[in-house]
Write a protein that binds this ligand. Sequence first.
Ligand code: VGL
Ligand code: ZN
Length: 236
Amino acid sequence: MACEEPTFRPGLIVVDFQNDFCPPDGSLAVAGGRDLAPLINSLISLPGFVIKIATQDFHPANHISFATNHPPPNNEPFESFIELKNWVVGREDEKVKQRLWPPHCVQGTKGAAFNDDFQQEKVDVVVQKGMDEKSEMYSVFADAFGNFNCEGRGVSHNVVELLKDKAVSSLFIVGLAGDYCVRYTALDAVKAGFAVYVVEEGTKCVDLEQGWADAVRAFKLSGVNVVQANGPEISK
Ligand code: VGL
Ligand code: ZN
């Protein structure tokens, strides 16, 4: 009987490693975000990945997630939530809570550019997302309602197709922020059928402790693996 070929074909996704998510000047700076550069650069320099993708949050100035685009009193960045309606035909009755953010990653600004320390020339494909003013896309795969196939309404590429074209089996995910775009990208990658590994030291959260605790709980429920860059500590 013929043996199955081993099918471990890993891909790497670096999520939103952009100036606006990094101290000291980012408008939505995640504590410690900039410190991820050495680990992310060493991962992206490895020869073993079948494809290396960087995602880029890339909003129009009138994006629905910006607190400044909503009237007071319910327009406090980080604090306020609005109701987002699924505007896909036939699903308008679906709603999700949308947290409001300071304006960030506006197309054409320095804040939307990749962090200067990031060796972006080593990336194979840059995928821009969040381009539709009425859609939130934390995940590079789908909008806030889990609609995949958002090309033409908020994302530059169909990432599932990109990965399937390269026969990717497994995805390693790092970047910002652990409790938002990394979290939802990882969860959707499992839905799309990939084995998923979030590298713990390769991400930082907006909400320092609670954000990561909630993300890990969601990862456990859906089968996202959390791995350590240097492997588990072995007690002597
Ligand atoms: C992100 C909040 C708003 C992220 C993007 O990259 O995690 N968070 N937009
Ligand atoms: Zn955003």
